[in-house]
Ligand binder design. Structure first.
Ligand SMILES: [Zn+2]
Length: 211
């Protein structure tokens, strides 16, 4: 068994969605012990979006049962979709395995640009039709190696609305997707911090591979 960590380490000032406060960590040593005070946006680093990230929805992460955060995942390699977007035709070859899976992880290749300006633009996003297609196959968690499920410039955010509006989770800022087998299913744990009234939360995301 092999465990692959798909989460980014949270560091002070790390890149986030434009306008979000960057993480701050204030360290102290007192009486021989170290502690730290953390200041985090609920969407810092690798994180999970709850339906309640949309003001029109009310389900927060802490309202969801623990089963929500575990399941079978399928990785689709969509690095070829840059410049055109991720369409049903990119997902249809995986239809049989998607029907068994709970999570769909999309490898756009954008994780390599993390920390640079290029990370924030030009990445392929799901078409609304492709999002609905995956939802119709029973996918209830969508993971991206990008800053957002929609383009940063999008004001409408159609993919957030489609997925979160259907009660699904979104995972953003995944890393390490190259270590996963494309087109195969594996166990995924997507465990957000246990925050009250969480519209989103930084999360530890791990894949469990059989060998
Ligand atoms: Zn988010």
């Amino acid at each position: 068994m092999k465990i692959i960590d798909l989460s980014r380490t949270i560091t002070p000032g790390m890149q986030g969605f434009p306008g979000d406060a960057a993480p701050a960590i204030e360290r102290r040593e007192d009486g021989g012990f170290r502690t730290a005070s953390l200041s985090l946006c609920s969407h810092a680093g690798t994180h999970v979006d709850a339906p309640a990230h949309l003001c029109s929805e009310s389900v927060t992460l802490d309202m969801m049962p623990p089963e929500t955060f575990w399941g079978l995942a399928l990785l689709a390699d969509v690095r070829g979709a840059a410049g055109r977007g991720i369409e049903i035709t990119d997902l249809a070859p995986h239809a049989e395995k998607l029907a068994e899976a709970d999570f769909l992880l999309l490898r756009t290749g954008w994780e390599d640009k993390f920390g640079t300006e290029e990370y924030l633009a030009g990445f392929p996003t799901l078409s609304r039709e492709a999002a609905q297609y995956a939802l119709s196959l029973g996918i209830r968690g969508f993971g991206f190696d990008t800053i957002s499920a929609d383009s940063v410039a999008s004001e409408e955010c159609p993919i957030h609305k489609t997925l979160l509006g259907a009660g699904a989770l979104i995972i953003e800022n995944l890393r390490g997707l190259g270590a996963l087998p494309a087109g195969e299913t594996f166990l995924l744990a997507a465990l957000p911090m246990p925050l009250a009234e969480a519209d989103g939360a930084p999360a530890r995301i791990m894949a469990v591979l059989e060998n």
